[in-house]
Design a binder for this molecule. Structure first.
Ligand SMILES: [Fe+2]
Length: 381
């Protein structure tokens, strides 16, 4: 479903060499299934059947998988309502940031650098926009197009994963899935106009993010003064509970079938609760893999996997070219408990980027502390 995939690079000339299963991802026996995929696994692919777990390497240089529990990070917006979200990862196409606040900003905000999708991890409140308000709750995406004036008014503590894209965020064409899958478009929440000019005050500041920095403009009227609007450009809300997961009973499908949004160089996908693959022998745990052309970011919103709770609020960055995947024990467990485990109840928000993402100091330091703690714990055992 990626729009920029080059069809010339796909082929049905596939080879089978050496010892392989009859069908990819099914009836692996003792084989360890390692996927090397182009174009985020929607392009050319190779399965390598190894003798060892390729994720069990020791990283010596800067290239490494980094994980941080975002609720452990300092929350500057608690102390200073003017503070901006904390950027964790960035490249020329995308910024991934974390925002956690109780108070609204004392200003309105406009991003001239790109579109924003806020994923609500925690809390509820109102996204005020010049198009009108949108109430939000956990599990919502709030998609705000470039240059739209808005601000978040939390109804208590709220936390957001903030995805900013230089290019336009769009819903992909789901092609032959029809008009009501993977979601019914009428379940998109769209604001009704609501003029806020009776709000107290005599001047209203709008902070504009441009070229990575911030400037202010000041109005002597409320910026949310729109009596009506029409068009096909507007902020909107979508909750993950309204997503209909596309799946196969007999085969674990690639991540690109779960794409919700895309911008040039950036895919936003989500892995949501669904029945486990029913056919005995079909793998339920994604292969060990290298995503050759995309960095992967996974944010664990909640849920469980194979009956174990996921680390809520964890953000993991897996750079392109590095192996990752669940450990062998999870694969063995899934196979041994085929009958007992009938659902995959994960809630994971994923951001895949074509250009490598640069971790910021805040993310590096928090991830390094987590890695140190894990090594110390392992050494004590
Ligand atoms: Fe991955």
């Amino acid at each position: 479903m990626t729009s920029d995939a080059d069809p010339a690079m796909k082929s049905f000339v596939h080879h089978n060499k050496g010892r392989t299963p009859r069908q990819a991802h099914v009836d692996l026996g003792d084989l360890k299934d390692d996927e090397l995929g182009r174009q985020g696994f929607s392009g050319r692919t190779a399965q390598l059947y190894r003798r060892n777990d390729p994720t069990t390497f020791t990283a010596k240089g800067d290239l490494r998988i980094r994980e941080a529990k975002l609720l452990d990070l300092a929350a500057p917006e608690f102390q200073d309502p003017r503070a901006h979200p904390m950027v964790l990862l960035e490249n020329e196409d995308c910024r991934v940031a974390w925002s956690r606040r109780v108070e609204p900003t004392p200003y309105y905000f406009r991003c001239a650098d790109g579109d924003i999708a806020y994923f609500v991890h925690m809390g509820n409140g109102v996204l005020e926009t010049e198009f009108g308000p949108l109430e939000y709750e956990a599990g919502d995406y709030l998609v705000v197009p470039k240059a739209v004036t808005h601000r978040i008014v939390p109804g208590g503590e709220s936390a957001f994963l903030r995805i900013e894209t230089t290019g336009e965020l769009e819903v992909p064409d789901y092609g032959q899935l029809g008009r009501h899958a993977p979601f019914d478009p009428t379940l998109i929440g769209v604001p009704e106009p609501a003029v806020l000019e009776n709000a107290e005050g005599s001047e209203w500041e709008v902070v504009i993010q441009h070229d990575g920095g911030y400037s202010s403009i000041v109005y002597d009227f409320h910026p949310c003064d729109v009596d009506g609007w029409k068009g096909d450009l507007f902020p909107f809300r979508f909750n993950i509970r309204d997503w209909n997961v596309i799946m196969s009973d007999t085969l674990h499908l690639p991540p690109t079938v779960h794409q919700f949004l895309g911008a040039p160089g950036v895919l936003v996908l989500h892995f949501l609760p669904r029945p486990a693959e029913g056919r005995e022998g079909a793998e339920r745990v994604p292969s060990y893999h290298r995503n050759a052309d995309y960095d992967e970011v996974a944010f664990y919103h909640g849920g469980s996997f194979l009956g174990y709770p996921l680390p809520k609020g964890l953000l993991a960055h897996s750079p392109q070219g590095l192996h990752h995947g669940a450990p062998q024990a999870a694969r063995d467990f899934a196979r041994a408990n085929h009958t007992e485990v009938s659902r995959i109840d994960w809630q994971i928000i994923a951001i895949d980027t074509e250009r490598p993402l640069r971790p910021t100091t805040e993310f590096r330091e928090t991830a390094a502390a987590r890695e140190r703690a894990r090594k110390e714990k392992a050494a004590r055992k």
